[in-house]
Design a protein around this ligand. Sequence first.
Ligand SMILES: Nc1ncnc2c1ncn2[C@@H]1O[C@H](COP(=O)(O)OP(=O)(O)OP(=O)(O)O)[C@@H](O)[C@H]1O
Ligand SMILES: [Mg+2]
Length: 216
Amino acid sequence: MPGKVIAAATGKGGAGKSTVIACLATYWASKGSKVALIDADPNQTLARWHSKGSALAGLPLKVETDEHAIIPTVAAFVADHDIVLIDCAGFGNQVMIFAIGSADLVVIPVMTDEASIFEALKTRKIVESASQLVKKPIRSRTLLCRVKRSAVAVHARAQLVAFHAEPLTGQLNDRVAFQEATFHGSSPTALLPRGGAARDVDRVAKELEADIWSRS
Ligand SMILES: Nc1ncnc2c1ncn2[C@@H]1O[C@H](COP(=O)(O)OP(=O)(O)OP(=O)(O)O)[C@@H](O)[C@H]1O
Ligand SMILES: [Mg+2]
């Protein structure tokens, strides 16, 4: 069976795309899945993450910022991996559109502010258009990231529900473990498997699994 392609995308910078990709990669690799990574962001946050520690180092990673090469790069990885994860740039570009068009599911990280939600809704529309263009279903799920325990977080989730943006029930709470992981080139799953951040990742990964594998 060909692998599944999951892209993290939103036009909002700093929402948590690279974090969620690195964390999901580590999680699924630790469960024995064959995972490949594509860094489609010219800033190469994921590539630096990959080069720093052991958690991602064993996984193949290709930096691909050429809009004409992204589709063949995805196809090459899909042929012999279970999961291909793509980290998109923090601004809309052609590479992001083609990455979304190649995906089975797009995770849209969203912070708990109005601009993030606005960008998330725009990204959902891009996914819908890409899905129509390539004539295949492409799921998209919003994922609340960097969430502080606050009334505004509750409000942001309610807004996503009201706008039918299909938020995942799980969320990546605002935790220093996610920032520590960037320095170690690792992930909470590898660094602190019993900690709160690893639990956040675990819950999100399981929900995504239920979403894409149960539908195929
Ligand atoms: N759940 C979290 N808790 C605490 N810090 C977080 C969390 N998620 C991300 N961060 C921090 O927020 C910053 C931005 O995260 P990240 O690089 O994953 O976002 P991004 O969407 O990939 O950004 P860009 O648009 O620049 O590519 C980083 O410093 C990261 O460590
Ligand atoms: Mg990034």
